[in-house]
Design a binder for this molecule. Sequence first.
Ligand code: GLN
Length: 252
Amino acid sequence: MKKMTKIIAAVMALVLLVSITACGKSGLTLEDIKADGKLIVATNSEFPPFEYKDGDAVVGFDMDLCAYIAKEIGVTMEVLDIAFEDVIANIQSGSAHIGAAGMTVKPDRLQNVDFSDTYFKASQVIILKEDAAFTATSELKNMNIGVQDGTTGADYVRENIKEPMGFASGALAIEAMKAGQIDCVIIDNYPAIEFVKKNPGLKVYETPLTVEEYAIAIPKNSPELVEVINKVIKDLTANGEFDKLLEKYELK
Ligand code: GLN
């Protein structure tokens, strides 16, 4: 019995400690961002039309959206262009204030970051060589599938089909398919359309494999930042600017 009491006391102490750490840990405030003088946005610029390079500049739908967020906070915007799979870690470490990378809201990501309201519906689709005979997704199990590391596409293939071949970017996966190393690439639907436009000889098998929604990734425990980002999304939707952005990037 005494032992039991000790165990219960130890468990209760642990629970208290964990909850204090969770509540006490403050995230990012708007003052913090203003003190830095700029909003640092982590992204991966190989995901058109959401983020891509135009010369040296990183542009795209997400970047325009973040420019509005920076303006609302009253600072300029700076892009931290890194591998997609490193975006969340860079927000956690404070190297970036937010992440805007066509990022799908997923329960396991919510353990490490918070998300804004969602702003775009997406799905995973299959890119194939134009001459590939492919009629049903059940054929995927017999194919070598390329994905981008750390993405929902990679998760989908691993959980539902087989171990995929991972690449640092969608563009590298496409190159590997053109070189005959893999049979197809599974990636988000709008980037897939862009990749096929730029690479003659490829096609998209458009049957959606997943249903997903993109949101801005925000450090944990940063309620002001969540509020301001959600306000920008709401305002742009209400005043028609959001629709204009969708049209600008051929997302509707
Ligand atoms: N939407 C996918 C994900 O969140 C892919 C994002 C990306 O590659 N930029 O995993």
